[in-house]
Design a binder for this molecule. Structure first.
Ligand code: GTP
Length: 204
């Protein structure tokens, strides 16, 4: 079965003074390259979601030759990138993540694919029971029209199409903790404070 992964990287990093988060540096590599390398061993295809042509050009040196998909809706947020990723995907299932989650555990990704098998999606459940969509695996066929409908009806939050799926497996954090004890997979970088704590620096 063909599997895909989508790395969302089209955000503007406003909480970081409009820094390109995908190009931030961790251990000598950009966050984008790190995530591509992790996913490349697991899936048949890695897609990089960018907001526009200018960003695509800037990312060319860091995208490891992977296909980049540009938003066709501007400034509506991550769902615009998810839409184009799902339109371009060759896989039956797609893992969706963000460029600012540099410590994804590959075993967690594999586990999420296994959980999604024969279902519409597998999405991690936070301790409060809410879903964490940016570490989820989705079956492309039912999701794509639901993403289109969500955007058309002005529902731009990532979970809007997920709520409409018939068969979503919620994956308890405790199950993921058995694989990734510190839940590093879910660390994401939004602020200068996060960068300091995690020893991440601005590219260049
Ligand atoms: N393609 C695409 N990706 C987006 C867009 N907005 C956010 N993303 C991505 O979605 C993920 C989550 O984004 P956020 O952390 O909420 O937003 P951000 O733009 O990265 O940061 P802030 O501007 O500080 O909120 C990140 O990987 C972003 O790169 C968008 O309009 N298009």
């Amino acid at each position: 079965m063909t599997l895909s992964a989508l790395i969302l990287a089209g955000g503007r990093g406003r909480r970081l003074g409009n820094m390109e988060k995908a190009l931030m540096n961790c251990d000598g590599r950009s966050l984008l390259e790190r995530t591509i390398n992790i996913l490349d061993d697991i899936v048949d295809e890695v897609l990089v979601s960018v907001r526009d042509e200018e960003q695509e050009k800037e990312f060319e040196a860091y995208a490891c030759g992977k296909q980049m998909v540009r938003d066709s809706y501007s400034d509506i947020g991550p769902l615009a990138g998810i839409l184009e990723g799902f339109r371009a995907a060759k896989g039956k299932y797609i893992f969706v993540t963000a460029c600012d989650m540099p410590f994804i555990d590959p075993k967690v990704v594999e586990f999420m694919f296994r959980c999604a098998e024969d279902h519409d999606a597998a999405v991690p459940l936070r301790l409060d029971g809410s879903m964490e969509p940016l570490c989820g695996v989705y079956r492309v066929e039912p999701m794509l029209p639901l993403i289109e409908m969500s955007i058309a009806s002005g529902k731009r939050f990532i979970l809007a199409p997920v709520f409409e799926l018939d068969d979503v497996v919620g994956v308890e954090m405790e199950k993921i903790r058995e694989i990734d004890p510190e839940l590093k997979t879910f660390i994401n970088i939004n602020t200068f404070d996060d960068m300091d704590k995690l020893d991440i620096c601005q590219d260049g």
